[in-house]
Structure formats: C-alpha cells, structure tokens
Design a protein around this ligand. Structure first.
Ligand code: IMP
Ligand code: MG
Length: 178
C-alpha cells in the first residue's frame, strides 16, 4: 500500500518494516557495550514508543528491566511547548542506569523536560534512545544517545506513532503528503 488516508490527510509509504527493524538492531548493538553489565532500566514513553520498546528489548540479550510512563498527549500535527506531567513511574531510579525510550524527537521539548525531571531523581546515568529523530525541527540542545533513523521535518505516522489517535497499528511508517 503506497498511499493511505487517515482521517483528513493522505500519507505515503516512507520507511518499511524491515528498514525500521534494521535501525533498531543498530541501536541494540550500540547500547550493548555501554550497558550490558549495568542492569539498565529502560523507560518506554507511552503511547508512541510501545512498538519500538517491544522490538528493541527483544534485541537485547543481557539483564535489564523495562517500565512505562505516560505523558500529556501530543496535539494533532504540531509539536512544542513543555510537557505537563509524567504518569506512572513506580521504580526508584536513583543510582540506576536509565534509558528513556522515545518514539520521535521533533522540537526536543519533551525529551528536554523528561531529562530535567529524571535528573532530579539522581540516576547513575541517563540516556535517550529514540526511534526517529528530526534534526531540522530541533529547537533545544538535546542530543539523543541512540537514534534508529534520522528523518526530514515531515509529519509521519505508523509503527506506534499516530495522527489524531489513528495509524499506530501500521507496520510501516508513512509520511504526510505535501
Ligand atoms: P517534541 O517535544 O516536539 O520533540 O515532540 C515529541 C513528541 O511529539 C513525540 O513523542 C511524539 O509523540 C510527537 N510527535 C512529534 N513529531 C511527530 C510526528 O511526525 N508524528 C507523530 N507524532 C509526532
Ligand atoms: Mg511520544
């Protein structure tokens, strides 16, 4: 399916499931030497990162934990502004090696804010792994530690990411048509 309709917008095929999984394998290979002996705690940012977390964690063959948090949701096709609240973190992260798993870094506000909030809890280390990164859209100086795929500054959907709540179930990633 090269073009699809979601709500009022057209999207065209952009990244295949195989390309996505290749990117995730690279991330897993890069994480391994940094964290394999550190029993890291991965924290998946819901909703968007659930597929990324699921595929990444299965590429890791060393002891680790996975947990989930939820943030105030993203509005439509625009980004930016501070996130309001983090829900659901029950694990103590003090002295833990923490990796935040994000679906996408766009303006960088979400990850910037998350890093600030998590740093206050004194983790031993704090890293960011993101499935997608839009360097052209970045407004704050946040450099992710691990990136599966860099993409241009276009709105995308699929593989966990949504447009108005829809499209998360798509196996491939689609880009909005101009
Ligand atoms: P940021 O705070 O601008 O970096 O945006 C991060 C959040 O916005 C991500 O975690 C996504 O939930 C959402 N987001 C940003 N760009 C897109 C996109 O192209 N498609 C779907 N969601 C997006
Ligand atoms: Mg998100």
């Amino acid at each position: 399916m090269a073009e699809i309709q979601i709500r009022d917008k057209r999207f065209s095929l952009f990244l295949s499931e195989n390309e996505i999984l290749e990117g995730i394998k690279n991330v897993a290979q890069n994480i391994r030497p940094d964290l394999e002996n550190k029993d890291p705690l991965f924290i998946c940012v819901l909703n968007g990162a659930f597929m990324f977390a699921s595929d990444l964690i299965r590429q890791l063959d060393f002891p680790c934990e996975l947990s989930f948090i939820r943030l105030k949701s993203y509005e439509s096709t625009k980004s930016g502004g501070k996130i309001k609240e983090v829900f659901g973190l029950i694990e103590a992260i003090e002295d833990r090696h923490v990796v935040i798993l994000e679906d996408i870094i766009d303006t960088g506000y979400t990850v910037y804010d998350l890093k600030e909030k998590f740093s206050e809890k004194k983790p031993a280390s704090l890293r960011i792994a993101t499935l997608l990164f839009k360097p052209e859209a970045l407004q704050l100086a946040v450099i992710p530690d691990y990136v599966a795929i860099e993409i241009p500054n276009k709105f995308i959907v699929g593989y966990g990411l949504d447009y108005e709540g829809h499209g998360r179930n798509l196996r491939d990633i689609y880009k909005i048509c101009d």
